[in-house]
Design a protein around this ligand. Sequence first.
Ligand code: GDG
Length: 722
Amino acid sequence: MARLVIVSNRIALPRERGGAAGGLAVAMRDALRRSGGLWFGWSGELSDAPASAPQIVTAGKVVYATLDLSHADHRAYYLGYANSVLWPLFHYRLGLFEFRRDTFEGYLRVNAAFAAALAPLLQPDDLVWVHDYHLIPLGAELRKLGVQNRIGFFLHIPFPTTEVLTALPGHEKLVESLCAYDLIGFQTPNDLRAFTDYVVNEARGEAASDGTFAAFGRRGRAGAFPISIDTDGFARAAEHAAGAPDMKRMSESLVGRALIIGVDRLDYSKGLPHRFEAFDRLMERWREHRSRVTLMQVAPPTRGQVAQYRALRRELEGLAGHVNGKYAEFDWVPIRYLNRTFSRNTLAGFYRLARIGLVTPLRDGMNLVAKEFVACRPDEDGVLVLSEFAGAAVEMGEALQVNPYDIEAMAQSYDDALTMPEEERRVRMRALRQRIAARDVHHWVQSFIEALGAVHGEGAEAATIVTPPEDLDGLAARLRSAERLLLLLDYDGTLVPFARAPDLAAPDRPLRDLFTALVAKPGVRIHVVSGRRREPLERWLGDLPIGLHAEHGYWSRMAPDGPWVAMQDVNVAWKPAVRRLFDQATAATPGALVEEKTASLAWHWRMAEPELGAARADELWRRLEHDLRDGPVELLRGEKVIEVRPRGVNKGRVVERVLAQLEAPMPTIVAMGDDGTDEDTFRALPPEAIAIGVGYRASVARYRVATPRAARAFLANVVGKP
Ligand code: GDG
């Protein structure tokens, strides 16, 4: 069995007891003990000059490796970006998020430092499981360091819809780094849908119903893995609590009044003010509950260094004081509001004593308290009032579901719960308990690890990695000092990112400057080898002293003053029939377009509505395969394009032609490309030539960079300092 490596912002060290109230720590603590492995994360400590190597503690089968953070990193990464940008935004609180570029940079910096400290501790077969929004870029950072392990990620908080996420500056970079994981786990199908919607509609990638996705040059799998709790542990705790002295005290203090229990970190996502206001409304409108009901809210303070949390604390103190001042009797306080933690056993006792469990967040990834309340009711009594905006609502349909923004409806649901007949309470609770029993936290851990283990099948492609920066630097230095250098460069997807329409991919100024700087170096020659038509290449690059090759080498213009020369004896008799098929597909797919080249035809659907486009592309592809199976053509499928071209016309032919022109001695040859058509270039190269793939797709190239941005940076490095 592969070793498990868990990475999370905070880790629960073996000596810590109870304490930390975070759902993550509570859920994960046992999982590792059972399987053995490594837990890596922030120690929770701050220091002036933190060591870059982790501190190691071993306890039984588990190794704990922790890093301290500097004060500045903590401010930027934890308080600034994770908790003042991602947390509010992912909980749909656009009014609360405070974007600052420096905190984003701090966030990336800490993730890179974590990756650098973790990478040396990894063994080849380890399954690496990264947790939560603090660490989204960690997987991409590990990949940069050459880590080839299967790496999974689980997001404990909601994944926002595209409309909300795109409000975040740098959202592309964030989601791109998310896509570096082999498996991405979300809490609910809704979160998964929001992610695939981003992939398809924003990143212009692809996502299938089985959770596989392709985006940012990378393939992976995503799924919904609703987290759960240690059901048996809570059941035992509740059993144990029944006779405990504390519970006796608690029960006596209620003197027969109904208890409504709330247990939440003091966080604005949890909807505590709304909950108190609804309680106020209950007292006001249903006078019969006055003096008969007690709301006890346990709310341990968290993130007190973030201003909004301090403001919330003050607000709640005011609200509780207001309600209590209004309705309290000399022997009854309506709201017992406790800013502290209790042991799990005591919490279990509270859950068990309560008539109502209140779980009314405005937005919550899952919410474990909802499940804990249910697990602590072996008596099959008690009513769960649950916000429809908690992830838990998906699985807990028998709870009384409420919209927490609707104060009146919330108050009504408290009354409904207080007056619900016993039979109905039991029917609902029984159903909830059965579901929770079947899917506890062990089931959750197991299902994620199994899914992560299974992604291996996608193999080479999923595991492909970019070349470490120091190797690229070494290569660039070698090319800088080469006496003669021949560069064969693909254009789209290699030097410029894909544009929404082919004509929008014109070279920007920096790219033209880069070409100019390269060819200004003695002995450097450039040939752009593209699948495009001649015209745009001529228009965009024709004035530069470089070779141009269009239509995968059907057309070549060796030098700026030379003519365009076409390949001879190419059969294009098939074109009219294919054109008809393409035109039909275009008519049925708004946004799609046909690109007619001299010797080939391309059907582009980048601008089409993504799902419709993908479906039409599949249909068209099947039809072409059928109609052209014995024809003199090849079918190519690229990034949102299907192309039909004559057999024998491919970029490899350009290599032959350019090499034939060379005079001895041979220059150093470098080819760069991003898709299948560039593999023809790579394969036609002489053995000592250097191939560099761009993106993550499977390739024979020995070197690899992630994006056109990185490809240009590499070429700039070849130019060297001005
Ligand atoms: C995040 C997501 C997701 C609370 N007070 C005490 C105490 N707690 C425990 C609860 C529960 C945990 O803390 C809180 O978990 P939640 O799920 O309610 O919420 P978050 O902390 O926001 O957790 C959330 C979760 O991650 C897991 O994926 O469900 O949506 O936001 O277990 O019992 N525990 C003890 N004393 C307390 O006073 N011992």
